[in-house]
Write a protein that binds this ligand. Structure first.
Ligand SMILES: O=C(O)CCC(=O)C(=O)O
Length: 301
């Protein structure tokens, strides 16, 4: 494994700690990005003919069986050996070790396709509202499978929000996986764009407020998201990996598993009562009365 400081600098670690997010270039080579794109293409071939979401594929609202449109591939880490291998890539592990320590567990994974012209927005939220843990040494890695630019619906993140409250992600008494932009007490105008070249990775803290607009540009924005936790951060929902020791150990990507969670006081709101619509963040957010990001209906057709 390369020395950590050859992958992520001290300044980048400080930026992550202070802002709650950072981008590190060149974690993956062009060849590795090409391999991931090729496997992704194979995975979404099955969308033709589908009339509903599956446990692998989440469909855009404009999808038809003859004109397939995929919004998300679910749990690529578990569903294809390449994505399990890339999660253990020495350069990625070196960066993660600096940010979370040496013992690392894959909590979940997904690929948001955000295709050119119509790829869906993701409303403002904190991942912490979905899966609070016993401590907040938890983050999401965004592996850029395309260049993520200011035009193709990049991640937007509010600096410093990882040190603030956990906002209400409920509407009419049910979890909807999004904050009401008019009610939450945070200045969304302070959002910073997270951009980078294919092969770069973003790292955003589990409590950081983030979202992204619809992709109305002509360029795809495929983003592989690995949700990584320090091994001693345990999902407190009771449905998490702690209920299954084998799954917990199988999802370790570096270091040692532990049955001794580290408890750190943090602001927590549980995602209960659960969402009316389940399956993905897009589904749970689809019922929102007050959306921040515009949806161009022509683009979604
Ligand atoms: O793909 C994006 O732009 C946002 C991803 C995200 O925040 C999520 O899927 O939870």
């Amino acid at each position: 494994m390369p020395a950590p400081n050859t992958v992520i600098s001290d300044d980048q670690v400080t930026q992550y700690e202070e802002k709650g997010f950072v981008v590190v270039d060149n974690i993956f080579s062009d060849d590795e990005v090409g391999q991931m794109r090729a496997v992704l293409s194979e995975m979404i071939e099955g969308a033709r003919g589908l009339t509903d979401h599956t446990d692998l594929i989440d469909l855009e609202s404009g999808h038809t069986p003859d004109n397939p449109r995929v919004r998300r591939v679910k749990e690529p880490f578990k569903k294809h050996a390449l994505f399990a291998e890339m999660a253990r890539h020495p350069r990625l592990i070196a960066a993660l070790t600096e940010l979370l320590g040496p013992d690392l567990r894959m909590h979940g994974s997904k690929i948001n396709l955000k295709s050119a012209s119509y790829g869906s927005a993701v409303e403002w939220h904190q991942d912490w509202a979905f899966y609070p843990h016993t401590n907040d040494d938890v983050l999401a890695v965004g592996v850029m499978l395309d260049d993520m630019t200011e035009n193709n619906g990049p991640l937007l993140c509010i600096p410093g929000s990882h040190r603030g409250p956990t906002f209400d992600h409920h509407q009419d008494g049910r979890f909807v996986g999004a904050m009401d932009p008019d009610v939450c007490d945070i200045d969304l105008a302070h959002a910073e764009m997270i951009t980078g070249k294919a092969g770069a990775c973003s790292f955003h803290h589990v409590r950081a407020v983030h979202g992204s607009s619809q992709n109305t540009s002509g360029a795809d924005r495929r983003l592989l998201l690995y949700q990584v936790a320090a091994a001693d951060a345990w999902d407190i929902r009771g449905m998490g990996p702690e209920a299954n020791w084998q799954e917990y150990t199988d999802t370790m990507i570096a270091g040692q598993a532990t049955n001794q969670p580290r408890l750190v006081p943090t602001p927590i709101r549980l995602p209960y009562p659960g969402p009316l619509k389940t399956g993905s963040i897009y589904e749970s957010q689809s019922v929102l009365h007050n959306k921040f990001f515009a949806t161009e209906s022509s683009a979604a057709e």
